[in-house]
Design a protein around this ligand. Structure first.
Ligand SMILES: [Zn+2]
Ligand SMILES: [Zn+2]
Length: 152
């Protein structure tokens, strides 16, 4: 039997949530935890990536663009590209939208790859003297298509 103070504490804060990765129900035991991952799946890196996804979704919504990327989808994309920029292979720094949100692209599984800031800048054809070759963009696109069409 829990002690009285424990009961009182758990009543407020212990809520069942489903882990976005393993789908198991788990208790959210701290008001600081957002409860996206169960204790077994939660790592600082995953928390960091989850925050990145939320931020990209918020940005898409602000522009009334599609905002459907899920945290497991993003982790799958990152894993596929091994945490490297999808265009140049350097360490990734941002969620790169293949079609920019401002150009009608959304934060969706088929439009988001890990990217570095350098490549992100070279995708701006209006501002860049040597824009990124279209083949590189097409290659990233087709990798995403392949990744999400596979039966898993
Ligand atoms: Zn889990
Ligand atoms: Zn790059």
């Amino acid at each position: 039997m829990p002690l009285a103070w424990e009961k009182c504490w758990t009543q407020d804060r212990n809520e069942d949530r489903f882990c976005v990765l393993c789908r198991k129900a788990h208790k959210v035991s701290s008001s600081l935890s957002k409860g996206r991952f169960c204790p077994g799946c939660r790592t600082p890196q995953r928390d960091h990536e989850a925050a990145r996804v939320i931020q990209a979704l918020t940005r898409a919504k602000k522009y009334n663009a599609p905002a459907t990327l899920t945290i497991p989808e993003w982790l799958k994309i990152l894993d596929h590209f091994k945490g490297k920029c999808a265009y140049c292979g350097r360490n990734f720094e941002i969620i790169e939208h293949i079609i920019a949100i401002t150009a009608g692209g959304g934060t969706t599984a088929l439009n988001c790859v890990p990217g570095c800031l350098g490549c992100n800048a070279t995708k701006d054809r209006n501002r860049c003297e040597y824009p990124m070759p279209q083949e590189k963009i097409e290659k990233a696109k087709s990798e995403l298509l392949f990744l999400f069409s596979k039966v898993s």
